[in-house]
Ligand binder design. Sequence first.
Ligand SMILES: Nc1ncnc2c1ncn2[C@@H]1O[C@H](COP(=O)(O)OP(=O)(O)OP(=O)(O)O)[C@@H](O)[C@H]1O
Ligand SMILES: [Mg+2]
Length: 252
Amino acid sequence: MLHFCRGPRCMHARLRQVAGINPHARKTLARIRNACEQRGMKYLFVNTKGGVGKSTLATAFAVYLHDAGRRVAVLDADEQLHSARAIAEAEPGITVVAEFEPNKIPDTITRLADQHDDVVCDAPARLSDETREMMVMADVAIFPMEPTIKCLRSTKESIEVLNYARTVTGGKPEHAWLVLNKAKKRTRLFREVEKLAPSLGLIVATEPIRDLQAFPEADQQGTVVLRVKSDSPSFEKAKSDLKGLFGQIAEV
Ligand SMILES: Nc1ncnc2c1ncn2[C@@H]1O[C@H](COP(=O)(O)OP(=O)(O)OP(=O)(O)O)[C@@H](O)[C@H]1O
Ligand SMILES: [Mg+2]
């Protein structure tokens, strides 16, 4: 899966225009130009709402890609270090980097993307400069969301960062997924979110990730769901949900 600049849709032309006026955009242009020439796909798990499953899904996705034979790096920009710690314990074959300095994030992502097939970034639960820097660099943004009205509101707030990045880069991240996590069943809210998503520039993942005890249990065991050898229904369902979701996201 190689991703290069895509001719007329490339963001260079737009950035060249913007860079003429704004020194910050000039720097962004250099970064994006660099990012376009890289092989590594850059994924960002993001939502300003805490506890929606950003780190859980980011770590599981990194392990999934690693098991598919890809060279994977995880960039944890959250000082809680949940994904960095989980990956370090679960899979030593994945590179783990923690970086909290917004102005160092672009170079760190660039370096990792030069050396890996995939870079999986985990954002903190706030609208921060780190999150903006990561969003501008990302090819794919993934917004985990709990199926509640409160969470839908904060997800809309997070989408402002997506819109900012798309404006600055001329359309990147090209793919933005909304993932219903901790879902109990296909509720009315889920159906409403499905209808609303395209107007927000998002694609809704076909199936939600169910609310399953397997996730906190894997946390307690210091690992990720995909690494737990258990055929209990909860783990079976969790693995099946994750593989369904990642099959969709990684296909892009
Ligand atoms: N589908 C799920 N079913 C049940 N529990 C889940 C599910 N997804 C995540 N969890 C649990 O929810 C808690 C919060 O998840 P996680 O730390 O991944 O969220 P986060 O968005 O990264 O939080 P923060 O914003 O604090 O970084 C964890 O205990 C995790 O095990
Ligand atoms: Mg987290």
